[in-house]
Design a protein around this ligand. Structure first.
Ligand code: G1P
Length: 297
């Protein structure tokens, strides 16, 4: 049934240990790694804000204090920049504390993505909400989240984002079996499987880190047993919702064809930094340098 209340809450799981980026992440949260000059997490919070999600809950863990500090004001730093008349840097410093109302909850036990989302239950309450995975950087131009919110409001179910990947890469992702809906851009999800072996994958459509979920997912997560990797998987809870016809049931997907980077993966992270830096006017010298550099490779 279509809903009328505007979706305003975003949940950002950020409790992961960042083992793929050691030793850089030994004493610093992986979400704080800079992509050009902003920490990766700021792109994600800004993406939520652009889609109208100004109530953000970060699910953090031990050693994640830097995240709270980053989205908080720093009056002493602001005063120094103001006294110097450095408007540009002052605006850059203030940007991260003006992105929305940011709340924090701790996931004390790293029991998986499904468990992290369940930690948001009391904050979210009984309304649809978005989940944005901090590692996934989605190109700002694409408006993916806004489209997913539109599909959630139209269908009343839950909405995931899918991306075509090379078949042998599917085992790094959740994978969906879908049916095209006549006359619609979104598809219906018949089933989901977390990180299948390529031979067992129902398609090459990979789940990427954006979700707009019906609150019915919480009740399912409460009884979802550990799955792949011994973790409580969001994919498993969504698999149940996909097969349900009742209120809260039904999973739909938007197939994303834009640019996405996994900033938790070294190669993808480097590509994100270069791509975004090349587009920046203040770094215009990078492009000719890159051409020269690659010609000499
Ligand atoms: C998580 C999800 C997986 C999804 C992926 C997208 O896995 O469990 O279904 O495809 O995010 O980035 P993770 O990468 O946290 O292991």
């Amino acid at each position: 049934m279509p809903q009328t209340a505007r979706i305003s809450k975003a949940v950002i799981p950020a409790a992961g240990l960042g083992t793929r980026f050691l030793p850089a992440t030994k004493a610093m949260p992986k979400e704080m790694l800079p992509v050009v000059d902003e920490p990766a997490i700021q792109y994600v919070v800004a993406e939520a804000a652009r889609a109208g999600l100004d109530n953000v809950l970060m699910v953090t863990g031990r050693s994640k204090r830097a995240l709270e500090d980053h989205f908080d004001r720093v009056p002493t730093l602001e005063a120094v920049l103001e006294a110097k008349g450095d408007e540009r840097r002052l605006a850059a410093v203030q940007e991260s504390n003006n992105l929305g109302d940011i709340h924090y909850v701790r996931q004390s036990d790293p029991k998986g993505l499904g468990h992290a989302v369940l930690c948001a239950k009391w904050h979210v309450g009984d309304e649809p909400f978005a989940v944005l995975l901090g590692d996934d950087l989605i190109d700002a131009q694409d408006g993916l989240l806004a489209e997913m919110i539109r599909v959630q409001e139209a269908t009343g179910g839950s909405v995931i984002a899918l991306m075509e990947v090379e078949p042998e890469k599917i085992s790094a992702y959740g994978c969906a079996d879908v049916t095209v809906i006549e006359g619609e851009d979104h598809v219906r999800v018949n089933g989901l499987v977390e990180k299948p072996a390529p031979a067992e994958a129902p398609s090459n459509l990979a789940v990427i880190g954006r979700y707009v979920l019906h609150p019915a997912v919480f009740e399912v997560l409460e009884r979802t047993e550990p799955g792949r990797g011994g973790e409580i998987q969001l994919t498993d809870a969504l698999q149940e919702l996909a097969t349900r016809e009742d209120d809260g049931g039904g999973v739909y997907a938007v197939v994303f064809r834009g640019r996405r980077y996994d900033t938790g993966d070294k190669l993808s992270y480097l590509k994100a930094v270069v791509t975004l830096a090349v587009e920046r006017e203040d770094l215009a010298e990078l492009r000719p340098w890159l051409k020269e550099f690659s010609a000499a490779l």
